[in-house]
Design a protein around this ligand. Sequence first.
Ligand code: ADP
Ligand code: MG
Length: 224
Amino acid sequence: MRYIEEAEKEGLTYKDFIFKILKSEIERKEDEAFNLRLKRANFPYLKNLESFDLNFQKSLDKTKVNILKEMNWVDNVYNLILLGPPGVGKTHLMIALGEEAVKKGYYVFFAPLNDLIYYLKTADENRRSREMVHRMERCDLLLIDEVGYLPLTREDANLFFGLISALQEKASICLTSNKDFSQWAELMLDEALATAILDRLVYKAQVINMKGHSYRLENRSTIF
Ligand code: ADP
Ligand code: MG
């Protein structure tokens, strides 16, 4: 009704009227689809690239960020591995890129490694876990946060390996870790398995070593 009244007031032609209605309907549908993809992506919070300070994080520059933002690497199923100590912006960058991907229409799923393993372990008896595993297996870009904070059992590492293998050449994986690759064997308790996982992950990948001080420590806020 609103459209008809507006059209009468503005004196639109039939053609312009139909065009206006279709355009607003398409925008509404796109908005709905975006919101649904964003919800399914499971981000713990949102971060964007605009607020990522490249003067603070020197391992990247504007050109590189723009290349990542274009998402050709997701189309070509490259992985992105962000390494570095706590507080250097790994999770911020990963979530910001994830949101860009959602905007561009990709299916994205975020999980810290320990949650991800929990979903895999409990998928048979837990509906929510099953749903999460389903999303992981169907996404274009899987974001795995905090690889290396807690050691994995052999069963955990095997499940992780199974997922990486299943997604190979099908979905891009972006992961963050505070451990160098040389420390992964210790993390997974099994050198052969750690090597097999790394081998698949880095075969087509960009590794970014994010150095520097903790942004948290240098930009602390206090109560008093
Ligand atoms: P990490 O995952 O490497 O431990 P986070 O991405 O969680 O670090 O960053 C810690 C906090 O510092 C977050 O609030 C994040 O937004 C902020 N931060 C880190 N690096 C930057 C940066 N280069 N520009 C702006 N904010 C940053
Ligand atoms: Mg983090």
